[in-house]
Design a protein around this ligand. Structure first.
Ligand code: TXA
Ligand code: MG
Length: 342
C-alpha cells in the first residue's frame, strides 16, 4: 500500500514530480477524472492497467496540453486539424494512425492507432506541461465502476494504489468524451459524448457514422472498451421513461425494501417526492442530469439498504446521447415498464 495524497491545484509541482518519476496521478478533466501516467514510460503505463484492474487489450487515451504535441506520436490528417480547431480543448477524443516506434504497445493495446484528447481543464494542461510529457489516462475508476466525477470517488476506488489525486472539484460535464475514429475512410463515433455527430458533421462537411457498434465476445472491437460491461453498479438499475413515473412510484411503494430514485427536479415536484429518503436529484436539465448521473449511481451503490435504483431516461435527443448511452449500460438495457403487468 502507498499513501495516496490529495493535492490542490496549488500543489501542482508535487503532482508533476510524481508523473516524472513514473508514479500514477489522477487528474481532473471537464468530463471525468483520469488516471494519469507518463505516456512514454512503459512501466508507468503498465501500472495504470494494474491499478484499475483493466484488461491489457483495452487501449488508453493520450492527453496532450497543446495540439502541436500530437504529431510527436500520431499522423494528423486534415479532418483532425479541423476538429482540433473547432473543439479542442474539449470533450472530443480522436483516433488517428500511430507513428510507429514512438509510443509503447502498452498504450495502444497493440493497435496501429492511438486515441488522443486535449482536455478543457487548466490544471491538467498545466500538469502535462510541467511533466514535460503527454499523459495517458483512462477514467480513474476501478474497472466496472462508474467513472469518477469527484476526487473522493477516485480515492474510494484507488487509494493505496496511486501516488495522488489532483483535486479540482466536481467535473463539469460528467460523462466521458466523444470517441471519434478518424483512421478509417468514414469517420465513426465509437462512443457518444457531449460533442454530437451533428456537430462533427458540421465541421467536416461529411457524413459521420454514429451507429454505435455492439461488439460480441468473439469479435475484434473498434473500440476495445466497448466489449466490457461498463459503469455498472452492484445494484439493479432500471430506466424510467418520462410517461412511466406514476406507475413506477406505485411499483416502488409496493416493494418491501427501499428503492433509490434518480430524477430531475421537475419530476420531483410533479410527483411530490421532495424531502423523501433515497432521492438523488439530477438537477434542472439535460446537462445537470449528465453531470450528476455517475455520482448518483455511486451514492446508491454505497447504500446497504438499497438494492434497486430507478433512474430517469431522458428524451432521445442528440444532446442526450451520452447520458442515455451510459445509463443504458448501467441498467443493462432494462426499463421499469418490463415489470408492469399490463
Ligand atoms: O472523457 C474521457 O475520455 C476520459 C477522460 C479521463 O479523458 N477518459 C476515458 O478513458 O474515458 P477510458 O479509457 O475510460 O475510455 C477510452 C475509450 C475506451 O473505450 C477504449 O477502448 C477506447 O476509448 N480507445 C482507446 N484507444 C483506442 C483506439 N486506438 N482505437 C479504438 N478505441 C480506443
Ligand atoms: Mg472508462
Amino acid at each position: 500500500m502507498i499513501e495516496t495524497k490529495i493535492w490542490t491545484v496549488d500543489e501542482m509541482d508535487a503532482a508533476a514530480r510524481a508523473i516524472k518519476r513514473g508514479a500514477l496521478v489522477a487528474f481532473p478533466t471537464e468530463t471525468v477524472y483520469g488516471l494519469g501516467a507518463d505516456a512514454f514510460n512503459e512501466e508507468a503505463v503498465s501500472k495504470v492497467y494494474a491499478a484499475k484492474g483493466r484488461p491489457s487489450d483495452n487501449p488508453l487515451i493520450v492527453h496532450v496540453a497543446d495540439p502541436e504535441q500530437v504529431s510527436e506520436f500520431a499522423v494528423v490528417n486534415e479532418q483532425a486539424k479541423k476538429l482540433m480547431s473547432a473543439y479542442w480543448p474539449g470533450p472530443l477524443t480522436m483516433i488517428l494512425p500511430v507513428k510507429p516506434g514512438n509510443l509503447s504497445l502498452t498504450v495502444t493495446g497493440g493497435l496501429d492507432t492511438v486515441a488522443i484528447r486535449l482536455p478543457d481543464n487548466d490544471a491538467t494542461r498545466q500538469l502535462i506541461r510541467a511533466s514535460q510529457t503527454p499523459i495517458v489516462g483512462p477514467s480513474a475508476n476501478t474497472s466496472g465502476k462508474p467513472s469518477p466525477t469527484l476526487a473522493k470517488h477516485v480515492y474510494h476506488d484507488l487509494h493505496g494504489k496511486i501516488a495522488g489525486i489532483l483535486d479540482d472539484g466536481p467535473t463539469k460535464i460528467g460523462v466521458e468524451s466523444t470517441v471519434l475514429d478518424l483512421s478509417a475512410d468514414i469517420p465513426a463515433v465509437l462512443r457518444p459524448g457531449k460533442i454530437t455527430p451533428a456537430q462533427i458533421e458540421a465541421v467536416l462537411q461529411t457524413t459521420v457514422d454514429s451507429e454505435i457498434h455492439h461488439v460480441a465476445d468473439n469479435e475484434t472491437p473498434k473500440a476495445p472498451g466497448m466489449k466490457y460491461r461498463h459503469y455498472a453498479p452492484d445494484k439493479k438499475v432500471y430506466m424510467v421513461a418520462p410517461e412511466d413515473w406514476t406507475q413506477a412510484i406505485i411499483w416502488m411503494q409496493a416493494q418491501l425494501e427501499p428503492v433509490g430514485l434518480m430524477l430531475t427536479n421537475d419530476l420531483i415536484s410533479q410527483h411530490q417526492l421532495a424531502g423523501m429518503d433515497f432521492i438523488w436529484s439530477l438537477g434542472d436539465n439535460n446537462e445537470t442530469a449528465a453531470a450528476k448521473l455517475f455520482a448518483g449511481l455511486r451514492y446508491f451503490d454505497d447504500k446497504k439498504d438499497i438494492q434497486t435504483i430507478l433512474v430517469a431516461g431522458l428524451p432521445q435527443l442528440d444532446v442526450n446521447g451520452a447520458y442515455n448511452n451510459r445509463l443504458g449500460k448501467a441498467a443493462g438495457g432494462h426499463w421499469i415498464s418490463e415489470l408492469f403487468n399490463n
